[in-house]
Write a protein that binds this ligand. Structure first.
Ligand code: ATP
Length: 583
């Protein structure tokens, strides 16, 4: 609750003005039955016709004022509620973004989408409309009860006698709904995930002809969703009519008992009409209690889920005294680094020094831990032993943003945005939302030339302005890899360039051309992860990883002479006769 209250406090003024408008509107509402009583008792029955114009004008004024104040109340509550929701959504989104990659290892997109969208919307409902309705109904209840007691305490007591029953039913209903909404919120996240994964993975699903299975899976989850909503409707339809019935009983009691009082001359007819109106104003809030409870139950289920996310702490903590060297050179050093997750050793005793401008290549079998070295250097995870430094500063002491901005990474898993080719290459510079780039057009074009993008980009229908679909749909695997390499090269201010298996989809010729362009960047430290000998053979040092350990290390010639794992890989790729000649 603290989370929501914090944002509501920021909009206290808005809530206060809206509440004042609401109180004034209710006060005018209370005048209505009293004016009707004057018309019946004083004008019609007692014949004081001179009061007619004044009373009718007062009725008109009340109705007009009620309309204006009602509009103000709705508008202000809605606006304030939206602002609270906007701030809350911003905070949740910001928090999710601040969490470390380990958080995303265990969460799926659909669930997080549900928290940021549906759950915040549910809280918005309760912070805007529901709060105003709750205050509105409490004030209605109290004011009409007071006036009712003044007009006829006997009828007021009769009315009050039925209230506890209505209240009890509303509370039982709220308890039951609370449990259902908790499940509905979880189910919405599951449904979101399935839909999102199906749309994102549509090509895979088609290629495996898995549509029937996926449709059936979605159908089952949709049915589960329907069942939960049905349970909600079932509870509502069980308790709502009972509450309605008790409210009607109040009216019957008032008319019967009031009629007897009127016949016995203990009450005027005008007062009975007014009492009946006030009784309805009093039972209305109690009846609406179930609806309010419903919205609150939904919001509280959502708040629980959001609180659970907000309680997550980033695994990677920024240092107390973040350091940024005055000039970044790009010298990387790993000293006896080890890395374990869930008691599984991923890297063990990895040491190397890579001087600024040098090239390190990492080879190894799949799952040997190559990408994990990069993940640790970028501080996506922290080492469990040893230390990593960039320019002689431990990465744990680096300013986290500065560290990541010093390193340009081409990820193994290419991700392109549904945007133009140009914007996909610019991504990573200080582009603002008005598309003002900090990287010059020349730098972008040079990166594009170096990454062998330029030729095919110009052949696209709109050139660099061509919008490429989500994840680069419409481009070949190699073209996507080239754009992601251009994106890294365009960050020409980065002193460390990492290519994680980034040329696997390229032909030898294109790979060679890109390598030549990268080699020309003498002041940039390069780390190349690759499976192909052609991509690593010119590196200053090659590490061959096996099960998280460095099995072999050295230059191409040294490793060939060793006739170990590297040599075997060479033979597999080039054939025995080449191995014999080179060795
Ligand atoms: N965040 C993580 N949590 C748990 N296990 C992880 C994590 N990251 C990597 N691993 C595990 O560590 C091992 C090494 O993974 P890594 O991605 O570094 O291998 P790799 O050599 O780059 O493989 P490939 O050549 O297939 O890309 C794998 O078994 C992987 O499942």
């Amino acid at each position: 609750m603290q989370l929501v209250l914090k944002h509501m406090r920021k909009h206290l003024l808005g809530y206060c003005i809206a509440t004042l408008a609401m109180l004034a509107a209710i006060a005018l509402d209370m005048l209505n039955p009293l004016l009707v009583r004057v018309i019946i008792d004083d004008i019609i029955k007692a014949g004081h016709v001179e009061l007619l114009t004044r009373t009718l004008l007062a009725l008109l004024g009340v109705t007009l004022g009620r309309g204006i104040l009602g509009y103000l109340r709705e508008f202000l509550f809605d606006k304030t509620g939206s602002s609270v929701a906007m701030d809350l959504r911003k905070e949740v989104f910001h928090h999710v973004n601040s969490l470390s990659l380990s958080f995303f290892d265990t969460r799926n997109t659909g669930e997080l989408m549900a928290r940021i969208k549906e759950d915040v919307d549910n809280i918005w409902d309760s912070c805007g409309f529901c709060i105003r309705f709750l205050i509105d109904q409490i004030v209605y209840f109290v004011m009409s009860a007071v006036i009712l007691f003044i007009l006829s305490w006997k009828l007021a007591l009769l009315c009050l006698a039925v209230m506890p029953l209505i209240f009890l039913l509303a509370m039982i209903m709220e308890r039951k709904l609370d449990k259902i909404y908790d499940k509905i919120s979880d189910q919405a996240a599951v449904l979101n995930t399935t839909a999102q994964e199906n749309i994102a993975g549509v090509r895979l699903i088609r290629s495996f002809a898995r549509e029937p299975y996926e449709i059936e899976k979605f159908r089952k989850q949709n049915e589960e969703n329907y069942n939960l909503n049905y349970q909600e409707t079932h509870i509502l339809s069980k308790y709502d009519p009972a509450i309605e019935f008790l409210c009607s009983v109040v009216t019957v009691f008032i008319i019967t008992a009031g009629g007897i009082l009127v016949i016995g001359k203990d009450l005027t007819l005008g007062t009975l009409v007014a009492v009946n109106s006030f009784a309805a104003m009093m039972t209305g809030p109690v009846r609406n209690l179930s609806w309010i409870a419903n919205v609150i139950a939904r919001a509280s289920a959502s708040l629980k889920k959001i609180n659970a996310i907000m309680a997550e702490k980033p695994e990677i903590q920024p240092p107390d005294n973040p350091q940024i060297p005055p000039v970044i050179q790009g010298a990387v050093s790993f000293s006896h680094v080890s890395f374990s997750r869930d008691s599984k050793t991923i890297l063990d005793d990895i040491s190397f020094t890579l001087p600024a401008g040098g090239t390190l290549a990492i080879m190894g079998f799949t799952g040997a831990g190559k990408s994990s070295i990069i993940n640790l250097l970028c501080r996506f995870y922290d080492v469990t032993g040893g230390a990593i430094s960039l320019d002689s500063i431990d990465v744990r002491n680096w300013d986290l943003t500065a560290l990541r901005r010093s390193i340009a990474v081409v990820m193994q898993d290419v991700f392109l945005f549904s945007d133009t080719v140009e914007e996909n290459i610019y991504f990573g510079d200080d582009t603002d939302l008005e598309s003002q780039h900090s990287v010059s057009k020349e730098t972008m074009l040079q990166a594009s030339l170096d990454a062998q993008v330029h030729a095919f980009a110009q052949g696209l229908s709109e050139g660099y302005e061509t919008i490429i679909g989500e994840r680069g749909i419409g481009l070949s695997g190699g073209q996507k890899q080239r754009i992601s390499i251009a994106r890294a090269l365009a960050k020409d201010y980065c002193k460390v360039l990492i290519l994680d298996d980034a040329t696997s989809a390229l032909d030898m010729e294109t790979e060679h051309a890109i390598q030549e362009a990268i080699d020309k960047r003498k002041d940039v430290t390069k780390i190349l992860i690759a499976h192909r000998i052609s991509a690593v053979k010119d590196a200053d040092e090659i590490l061959f990883l096996d099960k998280g350990r460095i099995a072999e290390r050295g230059t191409h010639d040294v490793l060939m002479a060793k006739k170990g794992l590297y040599y075997e890989t060479y033979l597999e790729q080039y054939g025995a006769q080449y191995g014999a000649t080179t060795a």
